[in-house]
Design a protein around this ligand. Structure first.
Ligand SMILES: [Zn+2]
Length: 441
């Protein structure tokens, strides 16, 4: 039986992830993500955009190379709740008459986005608990393996076929001391290493970083050092991070408490990800903090917070410099919260390495400098495996073929050179693909 892997998105950029596996007379899709760089500028009018426009504007993957597989499609499998893995499902999934399989948290996020953004998902969604598997047909079983990343219930996906296993490792890290939840299920990965691993699709995001990605608990100590170890009295403290990073938000809440301040979460997407996590009992932030969904509708309250700035720690959306997010509204004085001289503006995040996001962040930082705010950048540890974690994963599962994904050519090539160090050969069992290409395994 032939197994073909189609690279549809994420093989020329960080984001827009989509891969398809054709296994004999059946097929499955892994992830359907947006390219955040191109998604952010269109975000507010996205409902009006046609699928064709979004493909043409490089917002979502172009799935035409798998048009001929539509009738064979058995499953759309979504690995975790980040938009660069799920965001395109609203436009592309209806091309396929099959269910979407994902974890309960990702399912919640899909539904909330549907409701809050007037989007629609026609496919049935089936929730799979991490560390369990599901038979999607007589020949194919899919397995969700729990991994640490930067959003709750992230999984590697193992596709079990008669030709061997195919492991999809977008996105993961080996966090030995996670702030929320369990460590990556290495035990299961070791078991898979003893079976026939036909192919490994590798997260290349941080492949150029010659290191191990440190634990989220390291990010916690970094934040504590800034917030509790510096001259914050009387000054405003604003922290911005990824709204989906619930573990980081928990850290911020804990540090704020230790500082003796009340925490205010400000912005719609923070509300969205927090309420999904609360509904599944991962956290209970509402009891300990104030969550303001719409800053425009809470101007009086923001005015009070502004006047008593030394009593609060504000968590604001917009860490990537998104022009319509809360922290941009603060610097543009669209809402009654101000940045004053010597206020702390802490970016508990990295910057997604794509051109317009990096430019947006630069503009935001300039505006903060004008207001004489004190900027703290990269108070952060990545959610993606670095080079040495990737080496460990390859060692553990010993795949027959390696397909680097989730990056531009430099990042993919970096995984290729690592694989060659480990005895693999480019073009033989390491395959560098571009969007729209396929390889027969
Ligand atoms: Zn991710």
């Amino acid at each position: 039986m032939d197994v073909k892997l189609y690279a549809l998105g994420g093989y020329e950029e960080v984001g827009r992830n989509m891969t398809c596996l054709e296994i004999g007379n059946e097929a499955v899709i892994l992830d359907m993500g947006v390219y955040m760089d191109r998604f952010i500028p269109l975000q507010d009018q996205i409902q009006q955009c046609s699928t064709q426009t979004l493909i043409k504007e490089d917002v979502i993957p172009d799935d035409r190379p798998i048009n001929h597989l539509r009738k064979k499609m058995k499953a759309i499998i979504l690995s975790h709740a980040h938009l660069d893995h799920i965001g395109a499902a609203y436009w592309l999934s209806s091309n396929y008459n099959c269910p979407i399989y994902t974890t309960p948290y990702t399912n919640k996020i899909l539904q909330q986005r549907e409701k809050n953004n007037q989007l629609q998902l026609k496919n049935k969604i089936i929730s799979i608990t991490p560390n369990s598997s599901y038979k999607i047909s007589d020949k194919i079983e899919i397995e969700f393996i729990h991994v640490t990343h930067s959003v709750i219930q992230s999984s590697m996906i193992n596709i079990i076929t008669s030709e061997g296993n195919v492991l999809y490792s977008l996105d993961y890290k080996f966090d030995n001391h996670p702030v929320i939840g369990q460590t990556t299920n290495k035990q299961r990965l070791r078991e898979l290493g003893k079976e026939h691993m036909l192919a490994l699709i590798v997260d290349s995001t941080n492949a150029e970083k010659e290191n191990k990605t440190y634990s989220e608990s390291v990010a916690r100590e970094m934040l504590r050092d800034v917030v509790l170890g510096m001259e914050t009295e009387k000054h405003g403290v604003i922290v911005s991070t990824f709204s989906s990073h619930i573990a980081r938000l928990k850290t911020i809440l804990d540090v704020s408490k230790d500082l003796g301040r009340d925490t205010v979460f400000l912005g719609r997407s923070l509300h969205e990800y927090i309420s999904a996590a609360e509904q599944l009992d991962f956290v209970n932030f509402s009891e300990k903090a104030e969550i303001i969904k719409n800053p425009y509708r809470s101007k009086k309250r923001l005015d009070e917070i502004n006047k008593n700035r030394d009593k609060y720690l504000v968590v604001a959306t917009g860490s990537q410099g998104e022009p319509n997010a809360t922290i941009s509204k603060i610097v543009n004085e669209d809402i009654p919260l101000r940045i004053k001289s010597d206020d702390f503006i802490i970016f508990a995040c990295g910057v997604i390495p794509t051109p317009s996001i990096q430019a947006n962040r630069g503009i935001l930082e300039n505006k903060i400098h004008h207001k004489k705010g004190r900027i703290f950048k990269d108070v952060h540890v990545s959610g993606h495996a670095s080079r040495e974690d990737i080496r460990d994963l390859i060692k553990i599962v010993s795949p027959e073929n390696i397909i680097p994904a989730h990056g531009d050519i430099k990042k993919l090539a970096s995984v290729a050179t690592l694989s060659m160090d480990m005895g693999y050969a480019l073009g033989k069992n390491v395959h560098l693909l571009q969007n729209g290409r396929y390889v027969k395994l």
